[in-house]
Design a protein around this ligand. Structure first.
Ligand SMILES: [Zn+2]
Length: 87
C-alpha cells in the first residue's frame, strides 16, 4: 500500500487531526480531518486545502508509512491545511 494514515498533533492543546499520506510521491496531502472516517471517505481523492486565515499553529506530524516518524511543522485547524512541514 502506497498511501498511509497520518496524524497531526496540535501542540497547544494536544488536539489530533488526520490526513492521508501519499508514500508514492512522499507527499502529505493538505487536507485535515477531525476523524479518521471522514478522511477515508475522500481516500485518494483529497482536496488540497491552503490556509487563508493566518492562524497556523505548531504541530507534530506523523504517519504510519514504513516505520513511522514524527516531525515538526505548521498547520491550521480552521482551514484544515498544512502550512509547512510538507515535502
Ligand atoms: Zn488557516
Amino acid at each position: 500500500m502506497s498511501h498511509a494514515n497520518g496524524k497531526v498533533l496540535f501542540l497547544k492543546d494536544n488536539h489530533i487531526m488526520y490526513y492521508e499520506y501519499d508514500g508514492t510521491t512522499d507527499t502529505l496531502l493538505s487536507c485535515l480531518y477531525e476523524n479518521y472516517a471522514e478522511m477515508l471517505k475522500k481516500w485518494r481523492n483529497q482536496p488540497r486545502n491552503t490556509c487563508t486565515c493566518g492562524k497556523s499553529e505548531d504541530v507534530e506530524i506523523a504517519n504510519d508509512y514504513g516505520f513511522g516518524y514524527w516531525h515538526k511543522g505548521l498547520a491550521c485547524r480552521y482551514c484544515k491545511a498544512f502550512v509547512s512541514g510538507v515535502f
